[in-house]
Design a protein around this ligand. Structure first.
Ligand SMILES: C[S@@+](CC[C@H](N)C(=O)[O-])C[C@H]1O[C@@H](n2cnc3c(N)ncnc32)[C@H](O)[C@@H]1O
Length: 221
């Protein structure tokens, strides 16, 4: 396999061919001017359309997200849910939750999204332990990933999917593997890869995305 060269023009080409090219998807930053440089923390348009499609492919009705930020990824998940679908999204920041709420309202999707304010590990532990979620999206503070993952897996239905963002940490997992953040992420990635409860695949979209599907009782692969 020849790796794809990462040049801006090619990235733009990918974005131009990742639909739907409309409102919220076309310019994910348009409702986040208040976020300034931190908009880098938001998933890109290609990831956003991917998230919408994954939500649709999973026929997801119940979803959960860790890391709301400006609400863009939540919007992408909510778009893929049916009208009666629900997404719980967790963040510690009151400021970002307000910004996100305005964006959801502008897109007419507030009714599908339930924000939960507070440390996400506490929010997760306060949820019933029942395996009811079809889809989870993890994209918050990296040191918390392992705890979030361990709270999410039991709450996913068999066949449900966890989508984990920024697993390559801008490439530092290989370019600076001994840095503390990179080491933590490497340990987390190894944990998911070795987890017998899921089948996982790591993709080089964005800053790296892992898809971990909770296995069915009769999965043999
Ligand atoms: C990378 S941003 C999320 C980006 C968002 N998923 C998107 O693509 O639009 C990470 C978010 O995690 C939140 N966060 C950090 N620590 C947290 C914690 N302990 N509990 C819940 N949220 C936390 C931050 O406030 C920030 O909004």
């Amino acid at each position: 396999m020849r790796p794809i060269p990462t040049i801006d023009a090619l990235h733009d080409y990918v974005l131009d061919h990742s639909g739907p090219v409309d409102g919220a998807h076309r310019n994910p930053n348009r409702h986040t001017s208040a976020a300034g440089e931190r908009t880098q923390s938001q998933i890109g348009h290609d990831q956003g359309t991917f998230l919408t499609m994954l939500t649709q492919l999973m026929n997801a009705e119940r979803a959960i997200e860790i890391g709301t930020f400006t609400g863009y990824s939540a919007l992408c998940i909510a778009r893929g849910l049916p009208a009666n679908g629900r997404l719980i999204t967790c963040d510690v920041s009151h400021e970002w939750s307000e910004t996100a709420g305005q964006a959801w309202s502008r897109e007419g999707l507030s009714g599908r999204i339930e924000p939960r304010l507070g440390p996400a590990v506490e929010t997760l532990r306060a949820l019933p332990a029942d395996p009811v979620y079809d889809l989870a999206f993890l994209g918050a503070d990296k040191p918390g990933y392992l705890d979030y993952y361990e709270e999410l897996v039991p709450r996913l239905r068999a066949g449900g999917l966890i989508v984990i963002d920024e697993v390559l940490l801008a490439g530092t997992v290989v370019t600076d593997p001994d840095a503390e953040a990179a080491r933590t992420m490497r340990e987390f990635n190894a944990h998911v890869c070795a987890d017998k409860r899921v089948d996982a695949v790591m993709l080089s979209i964005g800053d790296g995305v892992t898809l971990a599907r909770k296995r069915l009782a009769d999965d043999t692969a």
